[in-house]
Design a protein around this ligand. Structure first.
Ligand SMILES: Cc1cc2nc3c(=O)[nH]c(=O)nc-3n(C[C@H](O)[C@H](O)[C@H](O)COP(=O)(O)O)c2cc1C
Length: 335
């Protein structure tokens, strides 16, 4: 039987959600992963200050298509009134949820008191949630880390402060700020947060396959699982999780399917960004789609020179031909 998690009035299938990822989870990425089964998608992080300046580029990041729903729009900021005003201004895009970034470690964000810097100040973080709750009528969620560093693990204290302020759900990435994206995400921290609060908890960190997702649910008791880098060149992660939840058989995609999906993804990027800018951004995705495939090293470097859809198609055809003539692909053996 299908299971759901309720965040405020938003019902989300208890499979996996696509994480916010700046410069990655744009409209094309979200639509693709949604088609493959992501049960909730987040915008890239958006500067609350830039929203209040009515910055045109920033507003572009806030646009939502009907097929993306349910949709969480993520803001970062450090001043409660600015974030609350930004949340109100963002209502013109009708997000289903507003999420506040309390985990970003990059100096441009944390150095200005935003993102993971809020882990050092749960009181201020709670004030931001309070101000947003007063400002808009939709669920307000937060995405936090384990803590600032190994000596200041405070996700539980932070989560309790946010709950008292009225937060509707909390996503927990089990790494500290100083870990950035390296080392391991600590699943026990997510479990401790789940045991300490009664709002839904979203477990995040190192979910790379369906089994990792199942483990995240069973080891932490969390209400939803969030996938970030595990979706790189791999929207099938959502399909496999979704199929398993529905008791259906999932089979891994063939190389042909991977390359077809890559080209489909590129056509979507081009639809929203135009061919020149779109293909520039598509290069990293191309490399991700063939990571781990037999004989990929030879082709990866060429991904970073792609400048048109036709070049990508030609590279995909050439790669497939190469694999068929050089490799016993079925056995994962090459040359
Ligand atoms: C390229 C990149 C961009 C990211 N941008 C954001 C962001 O805008 N907002 C946010 O809350 N987290 C952001 N994150 C963090 C992810 O959402 C996630 O918490 C982190 O990658 C851990 O999950 P994973 O182990 O599944 O990758 C970003 C991560 C990456 C790799």
């Amino acid at each position: 039987m299908e299971q759901y998690t309720q965040i405020g009035n938003v019902r989300i299938k208890k499979t996996a959600v696509l994480a916010p990822m700046a410069s990655v989870s744009d409209t094309a990425y979200r639509l693709l992963n949604k088609e493959f089964g992501a049960s909730l998608v987040y915008s890239e992080m958006v500067s609350a200050k830039a929203v209040t300046y009515m910055d045109k580029k920033t507003f572009e990041l806030c646009k939502i298509l009907p097929q993306e729903r349910p949709f969480a729009l993520q803001l970062f900021g450090s001043e409660p009134q600015t974030v609350a005003l930004a949340a109100k201004l963002c209502m013109q895009f009708s997000p289903d949820i507003i999420d506040i970034n309390m985990g970003c470690p990059v100096p441009k964000v944390a150095g200005n008191g935003c993102g993971s810097a809020l882990m050092k100040n749960p009181h201020l973080a709670a004030k931001i949630i309070c101000a947003c709750k007063e400002s808009v009528d939709i669920p307000i969620t937060a995405k936090i880390r384990a803590g600032w560093d190994d000596n200041s693990i405070n996700a539980v204290e932070m989560a309790q402060a946010l709950e008292a302020a009225g937060v509707d759900a909390i996503a927990v990435h089990g790494r500290t700020k100083t870990q950035m994206y390296s080392g391991k995400s600590d699943i026990n921290i997510i479990k401790s947060v789940k045991q300490a609060v009664s709002v839904p908890v979203i477990g995040n960190g190192d979910v790379k396959c369906a089994q990792d997702c199942i483990d995240m649910y069973s080891k932490t008791g969390c209400d939803l699982v969030m996938v970030a880098r595990g979706s790189y060149g791999n929207p099938w992660i959502f399909r496999s999780i979704d199929f398993i939840a529905d008791g259906k058989d999932f089979s891994e995609p063939t190389l042909e399917e991977r390359l077809e999906t890559m080209l489909y993804h590129f056509s979507k990027i081009i639809e929203f960004k135009g061919e020149a800018k779109g293909m520039h951004e598509a290069r990293k995705h191309a490399a991700w789609y063939i990571t781990g495939e037999a004989g990929a090293a030879k082709f990866r470097a060429r991904c970073y020179t792609l400048s048109s859809y036709n070049e990508a198609k030609a590279l995909a055809d050439e790669y497939l031909k190469y694999i068929k003539s050089h490799c016993s692909y079925k056995e994962g053996y090459c040359e």
